[in-house]
Design a protein around this ligand. Structure first.
Ligand SMILES: [Zn+2]
Ligand SMILES: [Zn+2]
Length: 383
């Protein structure tokens, strides 16, 4: 099968201490060990399914900011992605496709089913998994980073990570449209997990603020709209993404370099502040001081962005305002995927505008280059 392969040089940063397992498996924090990344087109053997597994013919796969972070490097040549990476690997983790082969023991899927699949492969057995924290599984493998991904014609996946898109395809009457929406389920499930699983949830009538209007922030906006937010205020530095924020449900969206975010939020909420603030910009050094200035009493911040830098926080603001900060990673388990699919099936979230570019799989390299500009919503590869 045709596939894209990501390779780089294993070159742990001087002074970095790695466990013998990390050394042996060559699996560690990408930005600490992998240097001089190279993406190439290649031919790999067609996969066959093991027990409880299916083969999915990939039909749509979104280009994720994490993929961009595997192309971009720091001045020393290290990739920017800070999750666990084991190379070489086929990247790609925001995908949907059609089941084309079943392994023994598969019960819930049939050949021809359309599915979206979770991209964080938790073990299901450890204490974190069995205590309701599957995204914190210490044995987590990440599709497209430490396990084979979807920038390929086929991918093998455990049945338990797949969720049917058949009903969504029936509703849209267009299998390709359903598959492209299906490939958005992963980036929308991340804010779903952050707001409704890891966080305390939100209430209809809440004032909501979203920092960063990339796909994760846009998903947060659409979900907050569906959950009955009174107002949604969004911030992004890209004019294109400011417009997308409005299309996905924000009442107002601003460039934080032109307005002071906390002031805009206090104005939009008549001085009450934000009940829920979602950080999806990965710019906590800049956003945190603004966030702490506009918490509503008892307000909550959900941190979804990533940055290796230490952010300035005046914790006293949390005491005075009974405010809280919760972090969240991932999307696996806890009903995130099936509920997002349900929202799509019943047209309760407006996310189609998120797809701002479609490119054939053969244009992978150009799509990845395009993603570096960070002006698109989602660039979708179609197969
Ligand atoms: Zn992603
Ligand atoms: Zn586990």
């Amino acid at each position: 099968m045709k596939a894209i392969l990501l390779e780089a040089d294993w070159s742990p940063r001087p002074g970095l201490s790695l466990s013998p397992t990390q050394e042996a498996e060559r699996k560690a924090t990408g930005s600490q060990v992998w240097r001089h990344p190279r993406f190439s087109s290649t031919q790999l053997a067609d996969p066959s399914p093991g027990h409880g597994q299916v083969v999915v013919r990939v039909r749509a796969c979104g280009v994720c900011g994490s993929d961009t972070h595997c192309l971009e490097t720091d001045p020393q040549g290290y990739i920017l992605f800070s999750g666990p990476v084991s190379l070489p690997v086929v990247p790609g983790h925001e995908y949907a496709g059609e089941v084309v082969a079943l392994g023994p023991g598969v019960r819930s899927l049939q050949v021809g089913d359309l599915v979206a699949a979770e991209g964080m492969l938790n073990c299901g057995v450890c204490e974190a998994c069995r205590s309701g924290h599957p995204n914190q599984c210490p044995h987590l493998e990440m599709v497209g980073f430490s396990a084979p991904g979807a920038y390929a014609e086929y991918i093998v996946v455990d049945e338990r990570f797949c969720w049917s898109l058949n009903a969504l395809a029936e509703r849209t009457g267009d299998a390709q449209a359903a598959l492209e929406l299906g490939a958005l389920v992963e980036p929308i499930s991340c804010p779903f997990n952050g707001i409704f699983v890891a966080g305390r949830g939100m209430r209809p009538g809440d004032h909501v603020v979203v920092y960063g209007a990339g796909p994760i922030g846009l998903g947060a906006i659409a979900l907050a709209r569906a959950a009955g937010a009174a107002t949604i205020t969004a911030f992004d530095v890209s004019p294109e993404r400011i417009e997308l924020a409005r299309l996905c449900g924000a009442d107002a969206a601003f460039d934080p370099r032109r307005v002071t975010p906390s002031e805009a939020v206090l104005e939009a909420t008549r001085g009450w502040g934000a009940d829920l603030q979602v950080e999806a910009a990965g710019a906590a050094v800049q956003t945190m001081p603004e966030i702490e200035r506009c918490f509503a009493p008892g307000g909550q911040m959900v941190y979804l962005g990533r940055t290796g830098e230490r952010a300035p926080v005046m914790l006293d603001a949390l005491v005075t305002g009974a405010a809280s900060i919760v972090g969240s990673r991932g999307h696996v388990g806890m009903g995130c995927f099936p509920q997002v699919i349900r929202l799509l099936e019943h047209a309760r979230i407006e996310v189609a505008p998120m797809i701002t570019s479609r490119r054939p799989f053969a244009d992978f390299h150009a799509a990845l280059e395009q993603s570096c500009a960070r002006t698109d919503g989602k660039i979708m590869l179609v197969y």
